[in-house]
Design a protein around this ligand. Structure first.
Ligand SMILES: Cc1cc2nc3c(=O)[nH]c(=O)nc-3n(C[C@H](O)[C@H](O)[C@H](O)COP(=O)(O)OP(=O)(O)OC[C@H]3O[C@@H](n4cnc5c(N)ncnc54)[C@H](O)[C@@H]3O)c2cc1C
Length: 393
């Protein structure tokens, strides 16, 4: 057992608390890490954020469960919960989180070979390189195994041709983990998992402009792209198994995000006002806020229970059930937040709105996507029905 893992709960909590006090820049308090994760320009321009990222990276706490030789801190699950709790308590966040840490890293730890781990994990842990996820295609979303992007074995390299869509951050990514078809005679059994350098000749990422004028995701075109043979993860045609695992990590990573949820009560006190007893001055709103907070607490307890059960070989379909519950909780919470802010919760730009109000509007819109990405709400219910409840397909 490593020193870090051996440190008992209370000692570790004290260490975390003291370290956060000394190292978390107060100017970042209460700001969601997602703000910086989704806006590289805002991240680059904020020196406190850069400092915070550097400090967390040095500590290995951006990817706390990873082995130290890959840039992690080798912490156990209980310690990770302490770390998350203490960060939430002071309005801090994990500044290293990315597609690399949430999806590819854990997948490579399980399926990658030693050379792939050594090449790719440390830059992910250090947030030096950005990854995007090349799964969805115009004809393959919920039915992902229909994907058509081809990779042909040319002896000394793979030749990739095809198109991906909804690829978040592809225009800013250095690398893409992609699902490609290596056998056309089988559906799931003809898919492989490739790591593609986005600077390779023949890769083109075209941003999709949203109604807001901003862009979140891209179409990605692969035109005779040569990919080294070493960039195949696992065996040829084993990609579907690896993809399913990665999608579990993607859905699971939501439980990391939930740690940053803070109480809406202070905002409600400020914007809605208080009655003679000091309660939020609207019984109906108050009741709905309490229901949402209770669901959140119950959800957290359930996550912990499923986590323990999974360690003992419990069903992996819990991930789909939890993803849907989480989508509902976060969407309800976003609605409540906008309601609490009133007209101030509908701002898009301009000095009439405070920064947290503008963030609330964006968070509300973004919450709609929770029940789509990583597999839609209906598809997660299908998985729960089939694998947990044993209902017919
Ligand atoms: C913000 C955002 C970011 C994304 N980022 C990425 C990314 O980085 N990389 C990537 O690869 N993809 C990404 N996606 C794509 C996402 O994974 C797909 O949108 C999702 O899997 C659904 O696929 P689709 O859009 O093709 O919808 P479809 O599969 O066409 O589904 C349309 C509707 O039909 C329903 N439906 C489909 N099949 C069934 C069924 N069998 N039973 C019941 N209902 C069904 C769905 O629930 C949905 O409501 C992103 C999506 C969003 C919204």
């Amino acid at each position: 057992m490593t020193d870090a893992k051996a440190m008992e709960g209370q000692d570790f909590r004290q260490e975390v608390r003291a370290w956060l006090k000394a190292n978390f820049p107060p100017s970042l308090t209460g700001i969601s890490g997602l703000v910086f994760q989704s806006d590289v320009h805002a991240a680059a321009a904020n020196s406190d954020f850069q400092l915070w990222r550097q400090r967390v990276q040095e500590k290995g706490w951006g990817v706390p469960t990873w082995p130290t030789r890959f840039g992690g801190a080798d912490l156990g699950e209980a310690q990770v919960r302490v770390l998350a709790d203490e960060m939430t308590a002071i309005g801090a966040f994990n500044p290293i989180r990315s597609f690399g840490t949430m999806m590819l890293g854990p997948t490579l730890l399980e399926f990658g070979n030693e050379a792939q781990k050594l090449e790719h994990l440390p830059p992910i842990a250090g947030h030096e390189l950005r990854w995007c996820q090349g799964f969805s295609e115009p004809g393959a979303g919920s039915d992902l195994a229909s994907l058509q992007t081809r990779a042909v074995d040319m002896g000394d390299h793979w030749l990739v041709n095809g198109q991906k869509i909804w690829t978040s951050g592809a225009d800013q990514a250095d690398w893409c983990f992609a699902l490609v078809r290596t056998d056309t005679s089988r559906k799931q059994g003809g898919i492989s998992f490739l790591l593609i350098d986005m600077k390779s000749p023949g890769v083109e990422a075209r941003p999709i402009i949203l109604i807001s004028g901003s862009t979140h995701f891209c179409e990605v075109f692969f035109n005779d792209v040569k990919v080294p043979k070493d960039n195949l993860v696992g065996e040829v045609n084993q990609g579907w198994t690896i993809a399913k695992r990665l999608l579990q990590h993607e859905r699971n990573s939501l439980s990391e995000v939930k740690a940053e949820i803070t109480s809406l009560a202070p905002l409600a006190h400020r914007h809605v006002g208080t009655d003679a007893l000091g309660r939020i001055d609207c019984p109906d709103l108050r009741a709905r806020m309490v229901r949402n907070a209770m669901r959140h607490e119950a959800y957290m307890a359930t996550v912990r229970r499923f986590g323990e059960e999974a360690k003992n070989g419990g069903s992996d379909s819990a991930v789909s059930t939890l993803k849907n519950l989480w989508s509902e909780i976060i969407q309800q919470r976003s609605e409540l937040l906008v309601e609490i802010l009133g007209g101030n919760g509908l701002g898009w730009a301009g000095s009439a709105y405070a920064a947290d109000e503008l963030e609330a509007t964006r968070a509300w819109l973004h919450s709609k996507a929770f029940s789509i990405y990583g597999g839609s709400y209906e598809v997660q219910n299908n998985i729960t029905a089939k694998r947990t409840l044993g209902l017919p397909g």
